[in-house]
Write a protein that binds this ligand. Structure first.
Ligand SMILES: [Cu+2]
Length: 309
């Protein structure tokens, strides 16, 4: 008896404290800063509400039935031989079927409208950023600006960004929750993700695919800036004394390291991303590891040079 009243008091206390405990919570998914994220939030809430059409009555009726047909309630009707109700059958089949049909239509349309490969229509021209997951950091290459960064990405607001995503190592996943949609980063594969930031701010980015011991430090900040601030940011990166290419700097950068600091590279060849991709694509039939990679990179570079001519 004493234990029971203690539990009840605890329950009431927790219920009262819940709004206070949750008041500090904010979820990037429910508070998006870009068009894609907003459409995804609408989808999550719509699907959630549709499913509640079944869930809420079930919970309410469970409590109601337990109370109404409790032992000791003589007023409730007692029907020991009850077996079938057409009305109940119709309701429990019809409503879920309608919900499933609506969810199916919704899923069909949004998987096409929110296709990550689909360019976003906007006033500004799209900009390309290449993201490469490494152990355990993110490398961002700006082919148009000829710069690269580690663990920091910046983009002008209201500008559609075409992310090209790959990995220099094992599989990871690229995700900026405030902007929406995560896409896997895989070695030798070139994934596309179109995102747009409609509000200035600094958003968290991370990998959502566990990739080993240094994974927890594999986070970055995504800065959505005004176009002037973005130009200033590019200038800041361009002022860095460091440069990066597939042969110079990249092999050292690709070495596993934990909690890598933000780094800027002012001079980066636009073929770097393709070099990284191709280092996994060009065959090393028997030999695996670094030697094979360097060889294949060299042979690939000659292919690139031929293609350029
Ligand atoms: Cu794949």
């Amino acid at each position: 008896m004493r234990k029971k009243s203690y539990l009840r008091a605890l329950g009431i206390l927790l219920t009262l404290a819940l709004p206070l405990l949750l008041a500090g919570c904010s979820s990037a998914l429910m508070d998006p800063k870009g068009q894609v994220g907003e459409e995804q939030r609408t989808l999550i809430i719509t699907a959630f509400a549709l499913m509640l059409i079944v869930v809420v009555p079930v919970i309410v009726m469970t409590l109601l039935f337990a109370y109404r047909y409790r032992r000791g309630n003589d007023e409730a009707e007692y029907k020991p031989n009850w077996a079938h109700s057409t009305a109940i059958e119709v309701v429990v089949w019809f409503i879920p079927c309608v919900i499933i049909v609506v969810l199916a239509i919704l899923t069909y349309y949004t998987s096409h409208s929110l296709d990550p490969m689909k360019p976003i229509e906007a006033d500004a021209d799209a900009m390309e950023i290449q993201a490469v997951s490494l152990d355990w950091k993110w490398l961002f290459i700006y082919p148009e600006q000829g710069i690269a960064t580690v663990n920091e990405v910046a983009m002008p607001e209201d500008t559609p960004i075409r992310f090209r995503i790959s990995s220099g190592s094992v599989m990871n996943s690229f995700f900026i929750p405030a902007l929406g949609t995560q896409i896997y980063a895989m070695a030798g594969m070139d994934s596309n993700l179109h995102l747009i930031a409609n509000e200035q701010g600094v958003y968290d980015g991370r990998s959502t695919n566990y990739s080993g011991a240094g994974f927890s430090g594999m986070t970055f900040k995504a800065h959505a800036l005004s176009s002037e601030d973005f130009q200033a940011w590019v200038g800041k990166v361009k002022a860095s004394p460091d440069s990066l290419s597939f042969d110079q700097g990249y092999p050292a950068l690709a070495e596993p390291s934990r909690n890598a600091p933000v780094q800027y590279f002012s001079d980066v060849p636009s073929v770097l991303y393709d070099n990284i991709l191709n280092s996994f694509r060009k065959g090393m039939p028997e030999k695996h590891g670094n030697d094979g990679m360097e060889q294949s990179a060299q042979s690939k570079e000659s292919v690139n040079a031929e293609a350029a001519e």
